[in-house]
Design a protein around this ligand. Structure first.
Ligand code: NAI
Length: 270
C-alpha cells in the first residue's frame, strides 16, 4: 500500500544490482511513495546487473559511480541535482563487499591489500558520500541519509569475517558525520541493521543458509525481508522521523535482543 510519504522528495540510491538487492526493493517502494531519484552503481556492476530494467520501471536515470572515487561521487552529486532539478532529500548507501571473503581468506589470515580495498568500498565510501554531499551543500534541510549494516558490528559471527569491522566503522561514521550534518544542515544520518537477507552480497557469506535459518528461528517476528527493509527506509526518508539521527536502528524481527528462542532450545533438548 502506498501513502504518498515521499511526494516531491528527490534523492540518490546506491547499490541496486538485481531484483534481490535491498536497494532495488527500496527504489521500487520510494517510487510508489512518490519520490524521484537517480540510480547509481559501480561501472562494472552496471555492466553485469539489470539496473536499466529498474530505471525504466521507476522513471529514473542511471549515473555510474565507483563509491570509492571522490571524483565519481562529485560528478554523481552534481549531475543528480541537475537532473532532479534541485537539492536532495534522501540518499541510500547500500554497498558492501569484502575481498577477503570473496577470495576465501579467513579472518585470521587476512591479506591486508584485500582488507583495505573492502574497507574502502564497504565503510570509507560512506564517509566519502557524506563529505561530497556536505561540501557541495547538496542536501535540503530535514533531508535523510541511510546506510545498511549488520549486527556483526556488535557481536561475533565468525564467517562474517572483516565485514564485521567494516560495519563497525560504517556505524561510527554515521554517528560522527550525523553530528556535523545535523548541526550544519539539519540533515539526519542513520544506519539500519538488517536481518540476513538472500541477496548477492548476503549469499557471499560462508554458510549463509544456516545463518539465515538460525536468525529466522531466533527472531520472535522472523527475519525482516528486503521489502520490509525498504518500507523501514521509506519511513526514515519521510517527514515522520525528522528527529531520528545518529542511530543504529535494528530491523531484525527482535533477533538482537533475544538470548535464545524456544525453537533453538528444542534443538538441544534431550
Ligand atoms: P547486493 O549485492 O545486491 O548489493 C551490494 C551492492 O554494492 C551491489 O549493487 C554492488 O554493485 C555495490 N558495490 C560494490 N562495490 C561498489 C563500489 N565500489 N561502488 C559502488 N557500489 C558498489 O546486496 P545487498 O544485500 O542488497 O547489500 C546492500 C547492503 O545491505 C550492503 O551494505 C550489505 O552489507 C547490507 N546488508 C546486507 C545483509 C544481507 O544479509 N544481505 C544484512 C545486513 C546488511
Amino acid at each position: 500500500m502506498a501513502y504518498n510519504l515521499l511526494k516531491g522528495k528527490k534523492g540518490i540510491i546506491f547499490g541496486a544490482l538485481d531484483e534481490n538487492s535491498i536497494a532495488w526493493k527500496t527504489a521500487e517502494r520510494i517510487h510508489e511513495e512518490g519520490g524521484t531519484f537517480v540510480l547509481t552503481n559501480a561501472p562494472i556492476a552496471l555492466r553485469m546487473g539489470q539496473i536499466d530494467e529498474l530505471a525504466k520501471k521507476t522513471d529514473s536515470e542511471v549515473i555510474p559511480a565507483d563509491a570509492t572515487s571522490e571524483e565519481d561521487l562529485e560528478n554523481l552529486v552534481a549531475k543528480s541535482t541537475e537532473i532532479l532539478g534541485g537539492k536532495l532529500d534522501f540518499v541510500l548507501h547500500a554497498i558492501g563487499m569484502s575481498v577477503n571473503v570473496r577470495k576465501g581468506r579467513a579472518y585470521t589470515d587476512e591479506k591486508y591489500d584485500f582488507t583495505t580495498k573492502g574497507w574502502d568500498i564497504s565503510a570509507l565510501s560512506f564517509h566519502k558520500v557524506l563529505q561530497t554531499l556536505h561540501k557541495a551543500d547538496a542536501m535540503n534541510e530535514w533531508g535523510s541519509i541511510v546506510a545498511l549494516t549488520y549486527m556483526a558490528a556488535q557481536r561475533v559471527f565468525p564467517d562474517y569475517n572483516d565485514m564485521a569491522d567494516n560495519k563497525a566503522y560504517l556505524e561510527s561514521v554515521a554517528r560522527s558525520f550525523g553530528y556535523f550534518f545535523g548541526k550544519d544542515k539539519k540533515v539526519r544520518v542513520n544506519t539500519i541493521s538488517q536481518s540476513p537477507t538472500a541477496t548477492t552480497a548476503g549469499q557471499g557469506v560462508k554458510g549463509f543458509d544456516g545463518f539465515i535459518n538460525y536468525a529466522e528461528k531466533m527472531s520472535p517476528l522472523g527475519n525482516a525481508t528486503a521489502l520490509e527493509c525498504a518500507d523501514y527506509t521509506v519511513t526514515l526518508f519521510s517527514d515522520l522521523t525528522k528527529k531520528v539521527t545518529m542511530q543504529n536502528l535494528f530491523h531484525d524481527g527482535g533477533f538482537s535482543n533475544t538470548g535464545v528462542s524456544q525453537e533453538v532450545m528444542e534443538q538441544f533438548a534431550k
